[in-house]
Write a protein that binds this ligand. Structure first.
Ligand code: NAG
Ligand code: NAG
Ligand code: NAG
Ligand code: NAG
Ligand code: NAG
Ligand code: NAG
Length: 673
């Protein structure tokens, strides 16, 4: 092989590179000359003959359940809502998705994948519902294709399909089997099939009676959905459970799904109930997809290596002009391109085949969806409209929170650390990024998910999911009055989140009301992680210390939630200004009820509130004197069994509270010095 020419070629390319400012343009022109590389079929086949977890223990691993979806062993079915919960089944929404994303679009060619799916389903009253006279006939079931595996849409007519945080251009496709007529959503009747493209309003609807099916008659039905990607043709058939493939389709027309697809998506089912209830069961499910892809270089990138690489890059970028590093990378990449091309040319001559490998543009390299990733400054800048003041959600000593909208129209919240914070003494950027990376890998329903991060020489930003109802402080200290039941739930949600974090040796380090966010159903999610405390201690020591500090801060948080006021409130009378101090004094004279927010009125459960207040105070005692760990706190909050007795008087060794410090919240750290 003619490798002898390689150094010359590389030299030539270097010169060309020096002339061409934009490396990607250059590579682009190489690949443009070689269209139609080897195409491979990426296929995926799923088969669930039933959904019984006794027979198939892996099912909890294979199918991700969200909201009120669950498996029923007796029926071998997937049920939404979960009948076994036997509580109020109204206004429930759930999704069950295959847990790995499936490739449904080839972005370079915008060609949707072909797929075929069939499932048997049954919509009925559920066993315990038929007798109690409750109204039946809930909203319906969908076969759904969605971009993520952690959001559930709204209940009722929304069929758990749409997630409010992602409006407009939300990429989702559903075929609905709707048993409730919602005139607002232009439903023709209470027995129809609809095709929903990124919207709950069906773009086409069909009367199920036309093929002799009554969806909610309690019988088993079967649906077949076939999509031919290259032809952009969809076919839907509906029949009864044991029937063979129906000869007549209810829809068979050309339909372009590509505007509503992303490269990787999740497939499964969603269903909901509203005022009326109904159990939606899926009894079996097959799914096969085939998408065409150009052969690509496998990516060896992992989250860790990426973060480390990012850090290295940042360091290098500081040490020398960035361009020389880029050129180095470019030259190496080009050398690989050239060698590959030569190798393939030689091979082609040998076996007379036509295959040519096309190196994809870096941007087109397939990345798994929803894996936290690095964002570029320009992405964040355009998402937040150049960090517009209008998009500011809040700020604190560490930085500013912005609302943003990504190019896929998902709303996010961006925490932009301030220069002051980043340059503060003892802050180790490398550690900060490592902590962000570690935190972005944890998932819990009560933790705000990290979608990614963004950094360069000057900036460090963290991109979080957006929570429609904003942060808790706005509700707690604002004009309205949050009822006790909601406050109690928030306290429990936050305790669960902290307990989970601590079980992973991950302290939160910024526990306060502004770090708690609420979704539409007032589920609380803990976010705005502190990430960094001191610089030098060992990680283990630091996390132990910080976890104890978290518990303390959680105690103060509980007091704030119960009292409906901030810990230090300038508007309050001097004697009561420091809430922690006030609460302890009220405990000493056994008048704790005075701490409780009087505005809650009769909606309060005073016994419960006092107990929660005691748990809060317990969290603020010295850890040598019995400060519990979060696991214990969660147990106390379950309201079963007694809680340890509080010391009769306030422990003396409380340190002054320093609300101004950003890195280390006040005296919660002090006992360790
Ligand atoms: C890929 O699938 C298509 C149709 O599904 C078929 O025509 C083609 O031959 C397949 N290609 C390969 C390489 O298997
Ligand atoms: C799902 O059902 C199983 C078994 O009935 C039960 O253990 C589990 O708690 C249920 N999950 C949810 C989220 O309700
Ligand atoms: C649906 O079909 C049934 C039976 O053919 C018919 O009675 C009903 O009026 C149809 N509904 C609509 C909205 O077309
Ligand atoms: C559901 O319950 C109602 C009232 O008890 C009954 O009339 C109806 O036939 C039941 N439907 C099914 C599908 O079981
Ligand atoms: C549920 O029922 C109540 C009372 O019948 C009614 O006021 C309300 O509008 C209904 N909600 C929906 C979503 O249909
Ligand atoms: C799923 O596929 C298998 C084999 O391809 C077939 O035997 C089975 O009947 C299918 N199940 C459904 C629900 O179509």
């Amino acid at each position: 092989m003619a490798f002898g020419h390689t150094p010359w070629l590389i030299c030539l390319l270097c010169i060309l590179l020096a002339l061409s400012e934009d490396f990607s343009v250059f590579v682009g022109s190489v690949s443009d000359k070689r269209p139609g590389g080897p195409i491979i079929n990426v296929t995926k086949h799923l088969s669930f003959p039933d959904f019984s977890f006794n027979k198939n223990p892996r099912i909890f691993h294979d199918v991700k359940l969200l909201g009120s979806a669950n498996f029923s062993n007796e029926k071998g079915a997937l049920q939404i809502p979960d009948e076994a919960q036997a509580v109020d089944l109204r206004h429930r929404a759930g999704r069950a998705l295959y847990s790995s994303p499936i490739r449904l679009l080839d972005p370079p060619t915008e060609t949707p994948a072909s797929f075929e799916t069939t499932f048997a389903f049954q919509l009925n009253n559920g066993t315990h519902l038929s007798s109690d006279g409750r109204e039946y006939g809930g909203s319906g079931l969908t076969f759904i294709i969605v971009p993520d595996e952690f959001t559930v849409g709204r209940p009722g007519p929304w069929l758990a399909m749409l997630n409010d945080a992602c409006e407009d251009n939300y990429k989702a496709v559903a075929v609905e089997f709707d048993t409730h007529q919602s005139p607002g959503f232009r439903d023709p009747n209470d027995n129809h099939v609809g095709i929903n493209l990124g919207s709950i309003i069906s773009s086409r609807t069909f009367n199920a009676s036309d093929v002799g099916v009554v969806l909610k008659d309690g019988l088993v039905h079967r649906a077949w959905i076939t999509y031919d990607g290259p032809r952009r043709w969809m076919d839907i058939r509906l029949g009864s459970g044991d029937e063979d493939y129906p000869t007549k389709s209810i829809f068979s027309e050309s339909l372009d799904l590509s505007p509503f697809l992303k490269e990787y998506m999740f497939v499964g089912f969603s269903a909901s109930t509203g005022n009326l209830t109904q159990i939606h069961s899926v009894l079996s499910w097959n799914f096969t997809s085939t998408s065409q892809a150009f052969l690509r270089m496998p990516s060896t990138e992992t989250c860790e290596s990426k973060i480390l690489e990012d850090i290295e890059t940042t360091k290098k970028a500081r040490a020398e002009p960035p361009s020389s590093f880029l050129i180095f990378v470019a030259v190496v990449a080009l050398a690989v391109v050239v060698l590959l091309a030569m190798y393939l040319n030689a091979r082609r001559r040998h076996d007379q085949s036509n295959s040519i490998v096309v190196l994809p543009d870096l941007k087109q390299r397939p990345t798994p969806p929803n894996k936290p990733r690095r964002f570029t400054i320009s992405e964040i800048s355009s998402a937040t409209r150049c960090f517009s003041e209008l998009e500011i959600l809040g700020s604190d000593s560490r930085g500013v929170y912005y609302r943003g909208k990504l190019s896929n129209s998902c709303q996010v919240a961006v925490k932009r650390f301030s220069a002051q914070f980043l340059n503060s003494q003892g802050l180790d950027r490398r550690r900060l990024l490592k902590e962000i990376g570690a935190m972005s890998r944890v998932r819990h329903p009560n933790l705000l998910s990290i979608r990614g991060w963004c950094q360069d020489n000057r900036e460090v930003m963290v991109v979080y999911d957006f929570f429609t109802n904003g942060s808790l402080d706005k509700w707690l200290f604002g004009v309205g009055v949050l009822p006790w039941s909601r406050r109690f739930k928030v306290v429990k949600d936050v305790a669960d989140a902290l307990c989970f974090l601590h079980s992973k040796q991950l302290p939160h380090k910024n526990m306060k009301t502004t770090s708690v966010f609420l979704d539409l159903s007032f589920r609380a999610a803990l976010g705005d992680f502190g990430f960094v405390l001191s610089g030098t201690d060992s990680r283990q020591f630091e996390s132990a210390v910080s976890e104890k500090a978290d518990v303390f801060e959680f105690g103060v948080f509980v007091l704030e939630v119960i009292a409906g006021r901030k810990r230090l409130d300038a508007e309050v009378d001097q004697k009561e200004r420091d809430l922690l101090d006030f609460a302890w004094r009220m405990h000493e004279v056994d008048e704790k009820v005075k701490v409780v927010d009087g505005r809650m009125g009769s909606a309060l459960n005073p016994k419960q509130a006092i107990r929660v207040l005691e748990i809060g105070l317990l969290c603020t005692v010295n850890e040598t004197k019995g400060r519990p760990c979060m696991e214990e706190v969660v147990e106390f909050l379950s309201m079963e069994g007694p809680i340890p007795e509080l010391p009769p008087t306030r422990p003396v060794s409380l340190f002054p509270y320093n609300s101004a410090t950003g890195l280390c919240t006040g005296y919660s750290c002090a006992p360790f010095k």
